[in-house]
Design a protein around this ligand. Structure first.
Ligand SMILES: [Zn+2]
Length: 387
């Protein structure tokens, strides 16, 4: 039988693995797997294409449906260029705060979830407590979908998923969807005095960007649905945050690269927005090719995070509300894995300790009070599984 570490001891261990998204997380996964094995709980891994990263899931308790998934991610954002008062990969307690990269986002919750496993077993839960830890959440929620797919048929289907992103222990029931593309406009270079014979990738790319501007205006002016009204702003937005292209002022630009990101309000179809983008791209590309057949536009998907739609009488939301007593409506503007669980047929809610305001910051911290609130909360979740 493994030694049941305190949640705080587990947090120390998890933060000490510098699992920045670009690095391997396998050392952390090894440790978690061994920790769970100490309680007779078998962990399952789902590797990424490189084999350098894996997500991990496990089910503790009886092999029956109707349990609860505690979902977290193992990766953290980089500390490059940030000034920290202490080592970011060592948990330091000071003035009622636990400092360290990932303490808020979201190794704090991961630690609490792992500490809840021996508790669930000792309490003799009647439905399983399940753990789902992903990789590459911070670079576009890439790791969770294959993990969720792999869970089906390997562990019994849970009734609720709690995604422990920092929400100050509020039940967050909705967020926008996000989808982003890297766009490469390939032009044809000629001397700018002869620009009618060339294809200026920047100027043609600008047509697509201007379409994004027009869509924003249209969306802003449109009617707001009650579902969309929960969000700020209550409409779908298109954003171009980076652009590069061209070689000289007197050459028609041969290349222009930029990103186009959508944040889609629940109730609207991400697929439909992607189709509209492709349609516009095809229209611009046809006009470019009429000038030079070598010209064109290619697009590569960068991320795809479905929205979390507030559920009518959702199981997960109901569970969290019954514990926290929080009956307010909360939505957030960032994407999470909750939408990916929901898209695959789970009832999902976001609820975790700590404040998103501290996430990704230098001197990231979670307060001891929030960490303890999270521990009490998961104790009640375990209790609910005993009933
Ligand atoms: Zn996070």
């Amino acid at each position: 039988m493994g030694k049941a570490l305190t949640a705080r001891e587990i947090l120390d261990r998890l933060v000490a693995f510098p699992t920045v998204s670009r690095e391997s997380n396998l050392d952390l996964v090894d440790w978690v797997e061994e920790y769970l094995a100490g309680f007779g709980v078998r962990a399952h891994r789902v590797y990424d294409a490189t084999g350098r990263k894996a997500s991990l899931f496990a089910s503790a308790g009886p092999e029956v449906e109707g349990g609860v998934v505690l979902s977290g991610h193992t990766d953290v954002v980089p500390v490059d260029g940030q000034v920290w008062a202490t080592d970011p990969f060592t948990v330091v307690e000071r003035d009622g705060r636990l400092y360290g990269r990932g303490t808020a986002d979201m190794k704090g919750f991961d630690a609490l979830a792992l500490a809840a496993v021996p508790l669930a077993l000792s309490r003799g839960v009647k439905r399983p407590l399940q753990i789902a830890l992903s990789y590459d959440e911070e670079v576009g929620c890439l790791g969770a979908p294959p993990m969720i797919d792999a869970m089906a048929g390997v562990v019994p289907k849970a009734a609720s998923v709690i995604v422990g992103e920092p929400s100050m222990m509020k039940a967050v029931t909705g967020h926008k969807g996000g989808v982003g593309y890297a766009v490469h406009v390939k032009g044809y270079e000629v001397h700018s005095s002869m620009m009618h014979r060339g294809v200026n990738a920047i100027m043609w790319g600008a047509k697509l960007i201007e379409w994004a501007n027009a869509m924003n205006e249209e969306n802003r002016a449109g009617a707001v649905t009650p579902l969309a009204a929960l969000f700020d702003p209550p409409w779908t937005t298109l954003h171009v945050g980076q652009i590069a292209g061209g070689t000289a002022h007197n050459i028609t630009a041969g290349d222009c690269r930029f990103g186009v990101d959508f944040r889609v309000v629940p109730g609207e179809s991400m697929a439909e927005w992607e189709a509209r983008l492709r349609e516009k791209v095809a229209e611009i590309e046809a006009a470019m090719r009429a000038v030079r057949p070598e010209a064109g536009i290619s697009m590569a998907p960068r991320f795809h995070v479905p929205p979390l739609e507030p559920e009518e009488m959702g199981r997960a939301e109901g569970l969290v509300r019954s514990i926290t007593g929080d009956n307010g409506r909360h939505v957030v503007s960032y994407g999470t894995e909750a939408g990916q669980f929901q898209e695959r047929g789970y009832s999902a809610v976001i609820c975790g300790p700590g404040d998103i305001a501290q996430a990704h910051q230098p001197d990231e911290f979670i307060t001891v009070a929030q960490f303890e609130a999270g521990e009490r909360f998961l104790g009640r979740v375990v209790e609910s599984l005993c009933a």
